[in-house]
Design a protein around this ligand. Sequence first.
Ligand code: SF4
Length: 317
Amino acid sequence: MAHHAAASALARSHFGTSVFVRAVVEVSNYCRENCHYCGMRRDNRTLTRYRARLDSLAELILHHRPSWVTDINFQAGEDPVATRELVLPLVRLLRQETQLGLSVCLGTLSRDLTQELRDAGASLYIIKFETADPDQYRRLEAPGTQTERESHIRWLAAEGWKVSSGFIAGLPGDTVHQALRNLRYATSLPLSGCSVSPFIPGEATPLAQTSAAELDLTLNCMAALRRLRPDWVIPAVSALNLTGADDGYRRGLRTGANLCTVNLTPEPVRGDYLLYKRDRFIMNAERILAAIDAEGLQPSQQSLAQFLAADPASVAA
Ligand code: SF4
């Protein structure tokens, strides 16, 4: 489709044939929030909760990560205990021992704890706005209020973090008007990147019986985002393969995405990181490399963190 091809051409002219490859480590599935679209919400009593072990994560990342991974993202439910006991020491360790770019996706933490993460060496904060509609945000019990979320995003950017956000395409009841509103809202924020995740009805959530988003809607939003912001980092999310199409992920790479995420979460706990379903589509190293190669792309040798630190255009107004 011409819209997708135009988005892809913009990504290639801005970033060449390189895509950033970041590893995600899901350190904890405890969460104090209760978002209706997420299986890790606090009211889900059927989920076995875990916090990973510091020593095994350190061993895994230091000695067993793929050589072509340039960045690590630590992700968890909103769990300040895991942030303090696991993420902070790991960020400190990796800052000392490696050149890896360090990202975090840990929810709305206190300003002090957030500052400690920055001082320890993390530079990119991923915090999704989920929906631009404040009423929908409230109905979905997303964290705090939408106004607070936006204030936090703006505060992070003002404190020197590079910030990446994201929204969910095709939430139940959404119209095209809502998609446009999400796109407009995203571009009003001080971001370096933004994801578009297709809505997937999560197991053990209030939305379990609703329908997943159409893949085409998600790809159209990704393409529009790329055309609005040629310089942004836009990931291909693994959930693109949960919309019923086996080639969803690769189609994301064909629609202006320039970031892939390889999952490094230890296997025994991966199934409990229940964003949507236990039967997750895990983007492991083989799948990532195969998708990148099949689309005529290659892993970037420059880390995402280095790129963002060097690119003045990434500091949006
Ligand atoms: S989306 Fe994030 S904050 Fe919301 S319930 Fe899930 S893990 Fe918690």
